[in-house]
Design a protein around this ligand. Structure first.
Ligand SMILES: Nc1ncnc2c1ncn2[C@@H]1O[C@H](COP(=O)(O)OP(=O)(O)OP(=O)(O)O)[C@@H](O)[C@H]1O
Length: 380
């Protein structure tokens, strides 16, 4: 198992200078509205991705009046230890350090600190655009297929060049042929990677959804983004005149999607909002489970305000599954009682209280007393 051992946050939102020494398993971060709970999750995400999950811009993330946001962390696994640091200023320049060396690519961080977020935005995965579901799928593909990033970049470049030619009007046949070939070659590879990963994920998802709610009949299908009978090169040739009219490439892996259906009907039209949230949780858990089984260590879960998203029964099942997953989990809530009685006595649970941007770990005796009064058995 790999987990964060220390997190030091400077100048993210209302967090001036916060040090967190988390449990390798379950961490509950509680506090009043506006105290800084989500900002702690945001800081951990920043450490793994060099950006926020709440804002595309860096300015709202950096504490008001400060020049930059910085997070350091130590990640340990059976195989290796890493010291990582990420800093980003208001001009969006970032510095990434891993074991004392500077890195330019955020993908270097993502492999060390694989993160899964469950928050109100991710709960919109089913109703959101196909792009959200492609990103969800590609998270997994990136972590299992080391060629993915390189092939994906080449595909993006080929698509950009092809679209520029299409928009230009006068198309040089030989130039288009070059980019068509590059687009088709890399597009087919991306499709292969995605299909292979999807086929691994699908049965894990079935198990996760059964464990979470016992709803039968939720089905996932992978759509590759072009006609399933045709070769991508032929599709590009056939759609050239319509692509030229539109000014962009209409078919390819950039149109891929995961369809989620319940008893044959689109899940967004047939499931309640609560049930849709459960399906999203099952998708997120399935990714973590598959990640653990393929990589021999778990990913880190950041879960924002769980009690306000799921009822007690589903919250309890979700937490029980998380406990068995070999993953480090950070969950926020307003009232600590809402998550207190859920855990097995053998699980190392740490609780932290956030107040006006400062973080204090609940004393062990407080935690024990709290778990006892919440009804859980506590080992002597
Ligand atoms: N750039 C910033 N600089 C300073 N403070 C900020 C900045 N951005 C947001 N804040 C403040 O940081 C505080 C913490 O916000 P955060 O979203 O982390 O709270 P929370 O505990 O998750 O709240 P809730 O339970 O309401 O979701 C808020 O009071 C917010 O006004």
């Amino acid at each position: 198992m790999s987990s964060l051992q220390t997190v030091k946050v400077t100048d993210i939102r209302n967090l001036v200078s916060v040090t967190l020494l988390p449990s390798p398993t379950i961490n509950i971060i509680h506090g009043a509205n506006g105290s800084g709970k989500t900002s702690i999750l945001e800081a951990i995400y920043f450490l793994g991705m060099a950006r926020s999950f709440r804002s595309l811009r860096i300015k709202p993330v950096v504490r008001n009046g400060q020049p930059a946001a910085t997070v350091f962390g130590k990640v340990a696994s059976e195989k290796a230890n890493w010291s990582i640091g990420v800093s980003r200023d208001l001009e969006s320049n970032f510095r990434i350090q891993i074991n004392g060396e500077s890195y330019k690519l955020t993908s270097s961080l993502a492999s060390i600190l694989p993160l899964q977020v469950i928050n109100p935005d991710t709960f919109r995965l089913l109703e959101g655009s196909p792009k959200d579901r492609r990103q969800f799928l590609d998270w997994g593909v990136f972590h299992v297929e080391h060629r993915f990033l390189d092939v994906w970049k080449r595909l993006q470049k080929a698509m950009k060049q092809r679209n520029a030619l299409l928009r230009h009007g006068k198309i040089s046949g030989s130039l288009l042929e070059v980019w068509d070939q590059e687009f088709a070659q890399n597009g087919k590879l991306i499709d292969e990677f995605r299909k292979k990963y999807f086929d691994l994920l699908n049965p894990v998802f079935d198990k996760a959804i059964q464990n979470l709610c016992g709803v039968e009949g939720v089905q996932l299908t992978y759509q590759r983004g072009w006609d399933k009978e045709s070769d991508l090169s032929d599709v590009l040739i056939r759609s050239l005149s319509r692509d030229s009219e539109a000014g962009y490439t209409q078919w390819g892996p950039h149109r891929a999607d995961i369809r989620v259906r319940y008893k044959g009907v689109a899940a967004v039209d047939s499931l309640s909002r609560g049930q849709q949230k459960i399906v999203v949780c099952a998708l997120k858990l399935a990714q973590g489970m598959l990640f653990s089984s393929l990589n021999n260590h778990g990913c880190v879960y950041l879960i924002d305000d769980l009690p306000s998203e799921l009822d007690f029964q589903h919250r309890q099942r979700l937490c029980q599954l998380l406990e068995t997953m070999n993953s480090q989990v950070f969950i926020t809530c307003v009232e600590k009682d809402s998550l207190g009685s859920i855990w097995s006595p053998n699980t190392e649970v740490k609780m932290f209280h956030v107040e006006h941007g400062t973080l204090i770990e609940d004393a062990a005796e407080d935690l024990e007393q709290h778990l006892r009064s919440a009804g859980a058995a506590v080992l002597p």
